[in-house]
Design a protein around this ligand. Structure first.
Ligand SMILES: O=C(O)CCC(=O)C(=O)O
Ligand SMILES: [Fe+2]
Length: 333
């Protein structure tokens, strides 16, 4: 679906736009979710074989099952489902998932039409991409037995997300690019479930990046005094809808106060040829009028590119990404 002039105007003025009914909820999103049911089953079988859980919990639904696994093992398993790698400490044992349905969503033509409306027809799938699986915060409170609770807020993929700009989670070369973020709920996401929160218009604030984004301010994000925090807007959104936003938009997400699991993708695209901000991870051309042969259509090759990157990073070590930011900048205190 191509964006209307009105939607493009909203994106320009507010730094984000909600695109209703952009992708088919059943044939695209549900298929991805079904693939993750398989991934969860695989995880349960592996953990059971290792004696880490008492049962494979295959009588439970997705939400109950993942919560049971988190509680029994006393730790998060979100990296098992993620289609990117951590920024530090990658080893043979670091899991990841690059399944065909994930690739199918990343390359979905309706989604790429939305992206093309903003960045043009030469589209690179940026490797700064995640699944976030946010279990209800109360499962920790009720059982009070997890040693590794998701932090109240941070950059972890489990809990609420701190205030930041996506430009700040890439290396400096991403500053001059047209990277665009697309936030995709894998199920209807209410405010109570911990939806995205944004500061409309904050992408026009040129001053922010001098201060604290990723990796600075001791993980607390951009201090609220640098933007109009009282203008915060929560963005509850339904399956099939997308949120598209500017790389300078100040955003985060709320705690999951519900009893359901919040599951979303956040993926990024940039015009072909521009820096991705994490050059040690593999992106791919998702659409190109100029060079259609350069477009990747094979999900297996995509998955292989990540295995290759992982092996290289295990040998060479991960780059010192956070050196971009000055932890001790007094502005971030
Ligand atoms: O979903 C979240 O908690 C945060 C998402 C985010 O930061 C992003 O989409 O860039
Ligand atoms: Fe973000």
């Amino acid at each position: 679906m191509f964006l209307s002039d009105e939607q493009l105007k909203n994106l320009d003025q507010n730094g984000y736009v909600i695109v209703k009914n952009a992708i088919d909820p059943e044939t695209t999103v549900d298929r991805v979710f079904n693939e993750y049911e398989f991934v969860l089953d695989k995880l349960c079988n592996e953990l059971f074989a290792k004696g880490e859980i008492s049962s494979t919990h295959d009588d439970l639904n997705f939400d109950e099952r993942i919560m049971a696994v988190y509680q029994e093992t006393n730790r998060s398993h979100v990296q098992y489902f993620d289609f990117s790698l951590p920024l530090q400490e990658i080893s043979e044992d670091t899991p990841m998932w690059h399944g065909p349905e994930v690739f199918r969503l990343l390359t979905n033509p309706d989604l790429l039409d939305v992206v093309e409306s903003v960045i043009g027809p030469e589209i690179h799938s940026n490797p700064v991409q995640h699944i976030r699986i946010k279990v209800p915060t109360n499962i920790y409170d009720v059982n009070n037995n997890l040693s590794e609770k998701p932090k109240k807020a941070g950059f972890n993929l489990d809990g609420a997300t701190i205030w930041h700009q996506d430009q700040g989670v890439g290396t400096e070369d991403v500053d001059e690019t047209n990277m665009l973020t697309v936030w995709i709920p894998l199920r209807d996401t209410t405010k109570e479930m911990g939806c995205l929160k944004v500061i409309p218009g904050s992408h026009k604030n040129e001053e922010l990046l001098q201060y604290c984004t990723a990796g600075t301010n001791h993980g607390a994000g951009i201090p609220e005094r640098f933007f109009e925090a009282d203008k915060m807007v929560p963005l509850p959104i339904d399956k099939g809808d997308l949120i598209v936003f500017n790389k300078k938009l100040v955003h985060g997400s709320l705690d999951n106060e519900s009893d359901q699991v919040r599951i979303s993708f956040d993926i990024r695209y940039n015009p072909i040829g521009e820096a991705t901000g994490r050059k040690w991870f593999p992106g791919f051309n998702a659409r190109s009028k100029n060079d259609p042969d350069s477009v990747l259509t094979d999900p297996v090759k995509w998955a292989e590119s990540w295995v290759e990157a992982k092996n290289t990073l295990i040998k060479a070590g991960t780059p010192d990404f956070y050196s971009r930011w000055d932890e001790d900048n007094p502005a971030c205190a």
